[in-house]
Design a protein around this ligand. Structure first.
Ligand SMILES: [Ca+2]
Ligand SMILES: [Ca+2]
Length: 110
């Protein structure tokens, strides 16, 4: 008796596993669709766009954005609710700027 019931339960397990695979396929498709649209929503910018924006932003080419140079970018960062001032010096250097830029924080700034 025990043998029969074990066989039945293992047959059931296989059935449910196949169901799970179908469900996983559907979930995967949903994730792929959402991921495909996500970059549009975040408006992330490419490396080249961000480097061009940095060159323009650092008007005196001293490698940091301070004061007037930084104002609109610090504003955008504030709105994003995240902190990109990795070294906490209150200025934006190129690495910090590019990280925020690639996250799409400066998407509305030209
Ligand atoms: Ca500068
Ligand atoms: Ca900094």
């Amino acid at each position: 008796m025990r043998h029969i019931s074990r066989r039945r339960s293992s047959a059931c397990e296989i059935y449910f596993k196949l169901e799970d695979i179908e469900m996983l396929k559907q979930i995967t498709i949903v994730i792929a669709v959402v991921a495909g649209f996500a970059p549009l929503a975040v408006a992330a910018q490419s490396d080249a766009e961000c480097k061009a924006l940095w060159t323009k932003a650092d008007a005196n080419s001293d490698g940091v954005l301070v004061g007037d140079e930084a104002a609109k970018f610090l504003d955008a960062i504030k709105k994003s609710g995240k902190s990109y001032d990795a070294n906490g010096d209150g200025k934006l250097d190129q690495d910090e700027f590019l990280k925020a830029c690639k996250d799409g924080v400066f998407a509305s700034i030209n």
